[in-house]
Design a protein around this ligand. Structure first.
Ligand code: SF4
Length: 129
């Protein structure tokens, strides 16, 4: 049974890998969309990797950590775990059947697919579905 939370969108922190590939940019754009539609809040993965104290403290104050990785290298997941954070929701985009390439202008339908998946997962966690 999945753990439910009464969290507000501002307490749901989204960390896309934002990598230099189509799937990295899909992760980035999904993070933007999930923030703009009020599902959660885009957070700075680089601040975690850089051990920036304010970012670490703000992340500790969050209730749900969402990591979005473009490919199996799993940079977002590894960065967060290395800093001691537990990831609550996770997706690795190539596992959804989207092949990695070096086009930095990802296909809108791919962004939509990842956004919809995470939006559903987060809504279930919040008891909204
Ligand atoms: S997970 Fe893959 S796409 Fe994302 S930053 Fe790392 S290597 Fe790049």
């Amino acid at each position: 049974m999945e753990e439910k939370c009464l969290c507000e969108p501002s307490e749901i922190l989204i960390f896309p890998c934002s990598g230099g590939s189509n799937v990295g940019q899909i992760a980035n754009q999904a993070g933007v969309k999930l923030t703009q539609d009020g599902t959660g809040r885009f957070f700075c993965l680089a601040g975690i990797g850089g051990h920036v104290s304010g970012m670490i403290e703000s992340t500790k104050a969050g209730k749900v950590i969402v990591a979005i990785d473009g490919c199996p290298v799993q940079c977002a997941k590894k960065t967060l775990e290395h800093a001691g954070f537990k990831i609550d929701e996770y997706v690795e985009i190539t596992s959804m059947g989207i092949e990695k390439n070096h086009d930095l202008n990802p296909i809108a339908a791919d962004v939509e697919k990842v956004t919809r998946y995470l939006s559903n997962q987060i809504s279930k966690r919040r008891g909204l579905l």
